[in-house]
Design a protein around this ligand. Structure first.
Ligand code: PGA
Length: 255
């Protein structure tokens, strides 16, 4: 049985003051949920606020993480943040290969794969995002696109980190559903999740059964329960709805 994971992706939002309120609200909410241990909950915050999470969430069940990590271990890479640094700040998770990084920062599937590998090697859980654009979906290329994105990760991670592969988390995020209010139907999402799991199983059947595949793209309190009821949807990566404690907690409850 895979333990569900609900992870917030705050993107470039927040301030010390507003974060304090949001973190307190989420922590209090999940602390009070009787069924909460069945579901893991995390927030992925802008890097400058990791120290704030570390100090405020020490005794909370709420985990935290970053939104990107360097593909390099250390060195002359101005502006980059290494996996070891994220570990220093108590991160458990790091989002890797979000479509906004692929689109605006030129991250290729190969770069994303090396980032995932660095995260795993440092004991972090990478949340590797895959997903098709609207044009790709309309031309019937969804399966090919997400499989190519996953394949790149498997080629780098699987041979090096066989034991670590099970710690990987995937997130299927159709680009056309991110921040648009358009959600994939539960059936559309399930079809892609099943395809991803089958591809994982071809690489490592045991790992595939345990790897969590999250759905992301306008998941909100109104649609979360139906999406999360699908057999291969193991949680959510939540953007907009993660910025309001009450909406985020409603999704956690649905999980
Ligand atoms: P959204 O974002 O929930 O606002 O659509 C999801 C994401 O980009 O991870």
């Amino acid at each position: 049985m895979r333990r569900k994971l609900i992870a917030g992706n705050w993107k470039m939002h927040g301030s010390l003051t507003s974060n304090a309120g949001l973190l307190a609200g989420i922590s209090a909410g999940i602390g009070a949920e009787s069924g909460a241990p069945q579901c893991e909950v995390a927030v992925c915050v802008p890097a400058p606020y990791l120290a704030q999470c570390q100090s405020l969430l020490q005794d909370s069940r709420l985990a935290w993480g970053a939104q990107d990590v360097s593909a390099h271990a250390a060195g002359a890479y101005t502006g980059e943040i290494s996996a070891a640094m994220l570990q220093d700040f108590g991160c458990r998770f790091v989002i890797v290969g979000h479509s906004e990084r692929r689109a605006y920062h030129g991250e290729t599937s190969a770069v994303v794969a090396h980032k995932a590998q660095r995260a795993l090697a440092a004991g972090l859980v990478p949340i590797v995002c895959v997903g098709e654009t609207l044009a790709e979906r309309e031309s019937g290329a969804t399966g090919a696109v997400v499989q190519e994105q996953l394949q790149a990760v498997l080629e780098v991670v699987a041979p090096v980190d066989t034991a670590q592969l099970k710690n990987l988390v995937l997130a299927y995020e159709p680009v056309w559903a991110i921040g648009t209010g358009k959600t994939a139907t539960p059936e559309m999402a399930q079809e892609v999740h099943a395809l991803l799991r089958a591809r994982l199983a071809a690489a490592d059947a045991e790992a595939a059964a345990g790897i969590r595949i999250l759905y992301g793209g306008s998941m909100k309190p109104e649609n979360a329960a139906d999406l999360l009821a699908m057999p291969d949807i193991d949680g959510g990566l939540i953007g907009g709805a993660a910025l309001k404690a009450e909406d985020f907690l409603a999704i956690v409850r649905a999980a």
